[in-house]
Design a protein around this ligand. Structure first.
Ligand SMILES: [Cu+2]
Length: 261
């Protein structure tokens, strides 16, 4: 009885220790600028899962081969004899591997949880862009009258996208930045990402939304701040003549009106 108790205590202690390490383990290393980049953090977790699978798979393979060799039949008519299994051994065989696997799951769950919180907390200095999903393109509104069908953002500043749809349900998938969020009519959803290096990638719609769903992709350009400023200035410049022409028309019509009577 005492021995059984010891087995249980050992298994329980191992379990709690592993779970404790798992919960205490926080993954993050801050990216340049003091911002934790969720994309980078997801990559770390993904690598850890791969290592996990390789190590656990490797241990299982080695043990399985060892068992096959050690307990192989020495002659064709050899009948094996199973070692007696008592309750202590049965409990140990069940609880110790369970504790190990659960600790592993807790570790990943804890990391996933903290990552999820990171991904749902928009940094205070994020640049906001409004996104509208249409069959079959995304439109970006920078809030200053500038709109585009490609997303251009400056490197080194988090970007928050406030998104809605004009027609059906789309989903905004930024593979490079490891984020994706549904876009729905009548609702505003959001995601944020951190462009930490100049790179041109693409957004893809990842929710089947009609005939041309597969072609629903636009460029996402992360450019140095100076290039972004130049691009924005050019866009604003292009808007100017149209904006200037509009008030000019009623102004010209106004005197004509007053002179007629
Ligand atoms: Cu779509």
């Amino acid at each position: 009885m005492l021995k059984r108790f010891e087995t249980l205590i050992t298994a329980g202690a191992a379990y709690l220790l592993m779970a404790g390490i798992a919960v205490a383990g926080t993954p993050h290393a801050a990216a340049p600028g003091g911002i934790k980049n969720p994309a980078h953090e997801w990559n770390i977790v993904w690598e850890e899962i791969l290592w996990d699978l390789w190590i656990v798979g490797g241990i299982f393979a080695i043990v399985a081969i060892w068992l096959l060799v050690k307990f192989r039949a020495k002659s064709p008519d050899q009948v094996g004899s199973a070692p007696p299994l008592n309750l202590d051994k049965a409990l140990a065989w069940a609880l110790v591997p369970a504790a190990l696997f659960m600790a592993d799951d807790f570790l990943l769950a804890a990391k996933g949880w903290s990552l999820w919180n990171l991904q749902r907390t928009v940094p205070a200095n994020a640049m906001e862009v409004k996104v509208t999903g249409n069959q079959w393109y995304f439109e970006y509104d920078y809030g200053n009258g500038v709109t585009d069908t490609d997303l251009t953002v400056p490197v080194g500043r988090p970007v928050v996208l406030r998104m809605t749809s004009n027609d059906v349900i789309h989903s905004f998938g930024l593979t490079e930045y490891r984020v994706k969020e549904d876009i729905m009519p009548g609702r505003i959803t959001h995601i944020w990402f951190y462009p930490d290096k100049p790179v041109e990638t693409a957004v893809v719609c990842v929710e089947f939304c009609g005939n041309s769903h597969s072609q629903m992709t636009n460029a996402v350009k992360a450019v140095p701040q100076a290039d972004f400023d130049a691009w924005m200035a050019k866009k604003l410049e292009k808007k100017k003549p149209a904006a200037a022409a509009q008030p000019a028309a009623p102004a010209a019509a106004e005197p004509a009106k007053t002179q007629t009577p």
